[in-house]
Design a protein around this ligand. Sequence first.
Ligand SMILES: NC(=O)c1ccc[n+]([C@@H]2O[C@H](COP(=O)([O-])OP(=O)(O)OC[C@H]3O[C@@H](n4cnc5c(N)ncnc54)[C@H](O)[C@@H]3O)[C@@H](O)[C@H]2O)c1
Length: 247
Amino acid sequence: MTGLAGRVAVVTGAARGIGRGIAEALAAEGASMVVADVDAEGAERVAEALAGAGVQALGVPVDVGVEVDARRLAETTLDAFGRVDVLVNNAGVASSSPLIETTLDEWNRVLAVDLTGVFLCSRAVAPTMIAQGSGVIVNVGSQLGLRGAPNLAAYCAAKAGVHGLTKALARELAPHGIRVNAVAPGPVDTEILVDVDAETMAGILAEIPLGRVAQVEEIAPIVALLASEGGTYFTGSVVNVSGGHVM
Ligand SMILES: NC(=O)c1ccc[n+]([C@@H]2O[C@H](COP(=O)([O-])OP(=O)(O)OC[C@H]3O[C@@H](n4cnc5c(N)ncnc54)[C@H](O)[C@@H]3O)[C@@H](O)[C@H]2O)c1
């Protein structure tokens, strides 16, 4: 990895969890950071912590599933830093219910954040990246988008959609010098897992050859690699980081 000095990176859902870890990893590589999250205070806190460590960082409130928010995120980044080199579409929500109890509202909410948000934010930064003739988009998918899971229809569909969108954009944007990849993590130790009951978690762990969930520090460096000079021959990849859950 040769670093991201002088580069500008936007990470959505960066107020906590995997997104925060990714923001810290990209900042450690030298990138100026836009910390975007629907949790405005959380985004500000992470931006302040990065700034305290000497990183140029800006917290931006955004609901990635809202078109005007995604546009504003791109504009705010350009106003502050003059370019966009990296977009990490990490913001996501999970919702668990059997198919027959899944309401259309719940389905639409998950799809809006987890899939439409990736489309909207990518579309918002693409004109700048095309004009620059360079850029990297990394999407956070999921191994559940590869293997499926009961009671998670909307989440699995959205994440499978993210993987398909990744490949479509990789082909479309490659002629403009833009690479597009995804990571597909297995279960990661963040707040998104707090609603998973002990029995379900035991069943999940029994199916993972490494026998444990991942830590954020085991996912963020993979995103940093894809975003940096070390990852220049990756495009259209969905990188499986699942402890062997999917193979
Ligand atoms: N933790 C896991 O087991 C796991 C596994 C595979 C993939 N993922 C994916 O990783 C990503 C990060 O998840 P996490 O585990 O860190 O979860 P998390 O709940 O800890 O963090 C998610 C972040 O996204 C933000 N967010 C939610 N909705 C948003 C919106 N509409 N606009 C902007 N920000 C929004 C939240 O405020 C939060 O800061 C998600 O896309 C998730 O689906 C997580």
